[in-house]
Design a protein around this ligand. Structure first.
Ligand code: B1M
Length: 210
């Protein structure tokens, strides 16, 4: 089994020590952070599948989230280098209300910061008025909205509608993402862009501010 498969497996098995050990080994072997994160994201998908099959419970989702966050913060984030010291744009980002998933959003925020964006992170469970207030306060170029639940992704539309109603839609580009979100859905709700992962999000945000 490759090292990346071992990372995926140990995370899916909720084994913090082995996951950490394999990630450390991968870093030492100069495996790119991006590949390590892809393996960890696959591990999280497997956790989700086991949860769907009734083999795991919510407590296991929490454990998986904690392992991911610990490795991200302590091992991987310090390796993500800033591309330049210059600020290239400002983005306000948050997870929709009713939704507390933030691992993917945090990854997007981390890579945007590394690419030179100033990121204002509103956190999770963010109501439309908080996005509207943040646009007034920070005057961002871009608003980023994340959702991980099929039941909360529609709130992205409510947030975009609130931005329109406040007369602020012309001021910002809006990018959406998260596991259940698709390009088609993004178009339907009036977003400017959709990104399937953190790396694409950076690419697209750079285009949005051109
Ligand atoms: Co939740 N959960 N969860 N969960 N959880 C999912 C999402 C689920 C798919 C699991 C499953 O059943 N297979 C399922 C949703 C099903 C559905 O809606 N169809 C689910 C459920 C049901 C629930 C609860 C309802 C469980 C319950 O309580 N009964 C509950 C809901 C709580 C709530 O939000 N109100 C719940 C709770 C939780 C925890 C809190 C325990 C924990 C989250 C911890 C945290 O985030 N701090 C958790 C976890 C860990 C998961 C899974 C296992 C992993 C999510 C994750 O972190 N993935 C997840 C299974 C899965 O996703 N397949 C699951 C890794 C991360 C790197 O990927 O977040 O997709 P992701 O982000 C990617 C892209 O999507 C994209 O880029 C990221 C990085 O490349 N992206 C963007 C994300 N946001 C973006 C924004 C952008 C652009 C790209 O632009 C702005």
């Amino acid at each position: 089994m490759s090292l990346l498969d071992k990372i995926k497996e140990s995370l899916a098995n909720l084994d913090p020590d082995s996951t950490r050990e394999y990630v450390e080994e991968a870093v030492k072997s100069n495996i790119p952070v991006r590949d390590i994160l892809d393996a960890m994201a696959s591990g999280m998908e497997e956790v989700g599948r086991r949860y769907e099959r009734g083999e795991y419970f919510v407590a296991d989702l929490i454990v998986a989230g904690d392992i991911f966050k610990d490795i991200m913060e302590n091992l991987l984030r310090p390796l993500i280098k800033k591309e330049s010291g210059e600020v290239i744009g400002r983005i306000v980002i948050g997870t929709v209300y009713g939704d507390i998933h933030d691992i993917g959003k945090n990854l997007v925020a981390t890579f945007l910061e590394a690419a030179g964006f100033e990121v204002i992170d509103l956190g999770v469970d963010v109501p439309p008025e908080k996005f509207v207030d943040a646009i007034k306060q920070y005057n961002p170029d871009i608003v980023g909205i994340s959702a991980l639940l099929t039941s909360t992704m529609i709130h992205m539309k409510h947030i975009i509608d609130a931005i329109k109603e406040a007369g602020l839609r012309y001021k910002v580009k809006i990018i959406v993402g998260g596991a259940p979100v698709t390009e088609k859905f993004a178009k339907e709700i009036g977003a400017d862009a959709y990104a399937e992962n953190a790396f694409k999000a950076v690419e697209i945000c750079k285009k949005l501010i051109e």
